[in-house]
Design a protein around this ligand. Structure first.
Ligand SMILES: Nc1ncnc2c1ncn2[C@@H]1O[C@H](COP(=O)(O)OP(=O)(O)OP(=O)(O)O)[C@@H](O)[C@H]1O
Length: 686
């Protein structure tokens, strides 16, 4: 094992490194001040009438300045590369952002720059020109306290170089939100972070293999290498819920990226969810066949005209015959988005009127055509053959009117499925209808048929295994020309509509040719715990290989049968309060309020996730409903009554797998009832 050097390093060496850090910090401060002062003068001095441009200019300047703020607890560099003489013999400090001195000489190289790749990938087998790799250790307040050298050519090989730092970094007690991993990105992760922008990348990874971390670092990398391309419509990160987003929200800013949208699918779709669906209904609504049903339902509103158009101007009556109107409507029906088609019908009708005007010797211009297109008779005709509709009106009709549903569904849905879809007690109007999460995706599909949505250049989709085909389509339409990074774990799929495998999901996302990669080295969860959780795999994801942990932690797993469940939870939490780090108490959603109350009564000051999105920061003891545990992690986890977690939902075993894989250092499983069958035997020793 490589030993951190400070004990025997010459004092002058570490002093020299600290002095270098101070110099780099001063230089960054000067870069920040330059943006704020110099460029402000330019803006103020500018006599620019275009207010919008000025606002944007100031906005981008502020972003640039924000990106250059020296965050007090974030080390400015974390590594150093000394190249051998054959490769120029240069020395580079690798850090979170580029820093240069007053004359432009680089002091710190951005970790995303091509030269930094060697920091993550060079090895003794393939040194890539690197003679020596140095990694630094820092205190909580970002003071440089240690360094560790790894010669890659000549000298003595340092066994497990980097492993000690990696383990120390993972095991460093957590408090609050997720941290970046920029100093210790592993070679297999780096390959994914730096994958080219053009390809859609799909990463299947066991719990804790770093998928979320890879996704976020990839965003930072792509923005660095393709800022221009991504600058038009930007990048979005889509996560499973707001608690998760709150948990990851600091990672990109610490990497210098302050302008990335982080959202949930529901928020991206942007429709209020006020109702719920039973699982079987949600499954049908989420199914990709619904796209065809909705398409027919919308276009069923366009009908054959019963009569032609009569447009009166002065004493003249201009007529467009019914068969001509029919032709116009038929030629446009279904060829464009619904609203665009409606506008085009109006223009074509107006054009037909104009032709008649010209025949009578008039010389109408574009303004006349626009006036005819907006005129009352044209509008009345349009309202009858191509009426204005909202997505809500169409879906309301579809879910409330059996005959309409049958017509739109044709053979895409069975009679049974249609019966399930139909509202038992429809609301009085579409305005008072209660829409579920699944309805939101259907409304979004309809909205897309009516009008084009706002788009992005790249979207990272985390926990993608839970998306329904219809939600995939909602995401896909927001990135029609860009690429995706899709992250997830089929074994953690808990939604009723989850797809079977990645190819099926990628098909719905419109990227069947995506590059599929697997991460199987788990960093979060020690082997003792992951092996225990993996007993569920044959039941929940028989095709997936067992995850491999990068760490062992003897004594990390305790499974205890108790009589007084609440008492036992309190006891374990008290015990955990004596050691550093975060503690997550995870139980079936229905049981959690009781547990939370009891812990509060005992004076343990827990926070409650769900009620408080920032609960992870509010207290070091967090009560977590099982349905919100996905993507989160704690130093210690108390998993309460697994059988109730399993019983709470149809994919309860998948949920339990998620719950059991949240711990970094200790997992306490407490149960009064028998454990679910796959966990029944004693855990392996160790
Ligand atoms: N290279 C690394 N260096 C240090 N820590 C790492 C590294 N890779 C992953 N980790 C840590 O491991 C933990 C798990 O990472 P992450 O949440 O990204 O995994 P995940 O695959 O998304 O997990 P899940 O499927 O459970 O959501 C985090 O604490 C992360 O910081």
């Amino acid at each position: 094992m490589a030993t951190p050097v400070p004990d025997h390093a010459p004092v002058s060496e570490i002093e020299a490194e600290r002095a270098y850090l101070d110099t780099a910090r001063d230089a960054l401060r000067r870069m920040h001040d330059d943006v704020v002062t110099t460029e402000t003068q330019v803006t103020v001095a500018e006599d620019n009438d275009n207010i919008y441009e000025r606002i944007m200019f100031d906005y981008h300047r502020r972003l640039r300045a924000d990106a250059l703020v020296d965050l007090p607890n974030v080390p400015l560099f974390f590594g150093r590369l000394d190249f051998d003489a054959e490769h120029g013999g240069e020395r580079f400090y690798v850090g979170r952002r580029h820093v240069h001195d007053g004359v432009g000489t680089p002091l710190v190289i951005d970790w995303r720059a091509p030269v930094s790749t060697a920091f993550y990938r060079a090895s003794r087998a393939d040194p890539q020109g690197v003679r020596l790799r140095r990694r630094y250790g820092f205190s909580e307040s970002a003071a440089l306290t240690a360094y560790e050298d790894e010669p890659l050519t000549g000298g003595r090989a340092v066994e497990d170089a980097g492993e000690a730092l990696l383990a120390a970094e993972i095991e460093r007690p957590r408090s609050g939100p997720m941290r970046d991993i920029v100093a210790t990105i592993q070679p297999e992760q780096d390959e994914l972070v730096r994958a080219p922008l053009g390809t859609t990348l799909c990463v299947q990874g066991a719990p804790g293999t770093g998928k979320t971390a890879v996704g976020l670092h990839r965003v930072a990398y792509l923005l660095y290498t393709a800022r221009e391309t991504l600058g038009r419509h930007g990048v979005a990160v889509v996560g499973p819920n707001r608690s998760f987003l709150s948990y990851i929200r600091h990672v990109l800013p610490t990497l210098g990226e302050v302008n990335v949208v982080q959202t949930t699918v529901a928020d991206m779709i942007g429709r209020p969810v006020t109702g719920t669906d039973p699982g079987p209904v949600a499954r049908i609504k989420g199914d990709g066949r619904m796209a065809r049903v909705l398409h027919r339902a919308l276009w069923a509103h366009v009908t054959r005209p019963a009569e032609g158009l009569v447009y009166t101007k002065g004493t003249y009556r201009h007529r467009v015959a019914d068969h001509e109107v029919s032709e116009i409507v038929a030629s446009l029906r279904g060829t464009t988005r619904y609203n665009a088609g409606r506008a085009m019908v109006a223009q074509r009708l107006a054009h037909a009127v104009l032709v008649q005007m010209e025949r009578r010797g008039e010389s109408p211009d574009d303004r006349t055509q626009a006036a005819v297109a907006r005129s009352r008779p044209v509008k009345q005709l349009l309202d009858s053959v191509w009426p204005k509709v909202t997505p809500e009106q169409v879906l309301f009709r579809l879910l409330g009117d059996a005959e309409f549903l049958a017509k739109a569904a044709r053979r895409d849905l069975t009679e049974e499925e249609r019966a399930l879809l139909r509202w038992e007690r429809p609301a009085r109007s579409w305005r008072s209808a209660k829409w579920s999460e699944a309805d939101a995706a259907l409304l979004d599909e309809l909205a897309d048929l009516v009008e084009r949505p706002e788009v992005r250049d790249h979207i990272v989709v985390d926990e993608a295994q839970d998306l329904s085909p219809m939600q995939c389509r909602a995401i896909a339409r927001r990135c029609p020309h860009g690429s995706f990074t899709v992250l997830g774990d089929i074994a953690q799929a808990t939604s009723p509509w989850a797809v079977r495998d990645w190819p099926a999901l990628l098909e719905h996302l419109g990227r069947p040719d995506a590059r599929l990669e697997v991460l199987d080295r788990g960093f979060r969860v020690p082997a003792q715990i992951i092996d225990y959780a993996a007993r569920l795999l044959p039941r929940i994801a028989p095709d997936l290989g067992a995850p491999v942990s990068a760490r062992r932690a003897p004594g990390a797993l305790r499974v205890t049968r108790v009589d007084d469940l609440l008492g036992a939870v309190v006891e374990v939490c008290r015990e955990q309060a004596k050691v550093e780090g975060s503690v997550g108490v995870i139980a079936a959603d229905a049981d959690l309020p009781g547990i939370h109350r009891r812990l509060a009564d005992e004076g343990l000051a827990p926070s409650l996730l769900g009620e408080d999105e920032t609960a992870m920061e509010a207290s070091r003891l967090v009560c977590v409903p099982a349905t919100l545990a996905k993507g989160l992690e704690f130093d210690a986890v108390v998993a309460v009554e697994p059988s109730r977690i399993v019983a709470a939902e149809p994919r309860g075993l998948h949920r339990l797998y998620v719950v059991l894989t949240r711990a970094v250092s200790a997992l306490h499983v407490l149960h009064a009832e028998p454990l679910p069958e796959p966990l029944a035997g004693p855990p392996a020793a160790g």
